[in-house]
Design a protein around this ligand. Sequence first.
Ligand code: HEC
Length: 132
Amino acid sequence: MKIKILIPAILLGLGFMLASFQGGSDWPVPEKYQKMKNPVATSKASVDQGAALWKLHCKSCHGKDGLGDGPKAAQLDTPAGDFSTKAFQKQTDGALFYKTLEGRDDMPSFKKKIPDQEDLWHLVNFMRTMGE
Ligand code: HEC
């Protein structure tokens, strides 16, 4: 009798472990953000603005090119991810916006630090330039 409960419990545990090994890809994004349209068309001006914000707020952990190799990266419990990968770039603009807005664990929330949401979209446009 007991074994019937144990097996699903173990499977569930394994599932969680696997999910946490995959880095950011298991980070659930609410439907509303998943489908959110980027209101800021990409342009040189927008990417430049995003790059300036990146230098100030993100580079220390994520590295200059988003490879996860910033000077603070070694102190993080969770890897900051590699933004040049397909797995990262295939996420929607809304998903990247949501993750930057809300944060999780070692990833700070930028709701207060970057209060103008338009700036977050500039950052999304800049992160799009990191794909291989
Ligand atoms: C203090 C270190 C730190 C700073 C500063 C930081 N991040 Fe992060 N970031 C992380 C970590 C760690 C993760 C992985 C979090 C996780 O998977 O739970 C992450 C994850 C992310 C993700 C999701 C990655 C994925 O694979 O889906 C995005 C997008 C992101 N960061 C954008 C930014 C932006 C934009 C900035 C600057 C405005 C920034 N981060 C600043 C540490 C940082």
